[in-house]
Write a protein that binds this ligand. Sequence first.
Ligand code: HEM
Length: 264
Amino acid sequence: MIGDGFRHRVGVKPLEVTNWFLHDGEWEPTLAMKRALIADRRDEVVSFRDDSHDVAQEAAELVLAWAGKSTSRTGVDALVDAALAVPDDLAVLRSVATGDGEQLPFVAGVVCSPSRWRLADKIGHDMLAVHKPVALYAAHIGAAVDTTLTRLSTDKPVWRSNWTLEDHPALFQPFAPGRQLVEHPRELWIRIERETLRRLPRTRGVLFTIRSFQEPLTTHVQRGPAAIGALRELVVRLPDAVARYKSVYDYRAATLMWLDSLLA
Ligand code: HEM
């Protein structure tokens, strides 16, 4: 039944640091896109709070060391240099001690592949506020995300993934179009985010990285009946509110019909 059996899941797995960033054919084109966005639309892709420079710099040093590079720049400028060394987006959380634990607000980011959200809206906010538009986030995983972050240790980096369907292939999509952009599910794209989380040893902040991969749905279904069936399950299980958030709602009936025709 439509909308049954869905839960957002934290689903973090141990990360092997040699695979922190994944080399593929999109590495160079993505870096070229990032260079252009940082040059032409910097205010939309770089954002930070004034108290973020130390933690941003530590995050930058870790990424640059992994990539075999360095920079003479400091603070958020170093984070920009690090973001141009790997295709992934970089989001930095600051560790703030509270009476009974720790808060981790999102304080600096270089984000060139947002999936219909705006970086400047998120800076300075905690995880619950950052995820406010995500239907059922608080009910399903709000507390578990906070616990995952506060328990994150320097020697146990983790990764997870997210998926959605989109009707436009741009990696940089700060806005939702507010209307259907295509006619048939054959024109949709599947977009998968691979996200990693690392605790920073010096400042105790957290670095969250996001790499977005996309392929046309027509390519995805060529993986065969198991892949088609798995996608069908994902799409059918989404409650309406989550389907709306993921921009799947308007395409759901047609997509299910099309996937069924491929399985018949
Ligand atoms: C274990 C950690 C995390 C989990 C489980 C998680 C989970 C999610 C989920 C389920 C979504 C909705 C995506 C979709 O269904 O299409 C989402 C969106 C998002 N997440 Fe996270 N997230 C985590 C950490 C973070 C961190 C550390 C940041 C820091 C910036 C972040 C920033 C965002 C943003 C900006 C969005 C888009 C929100 C919007 O549409 O306005 N997430 N996350």
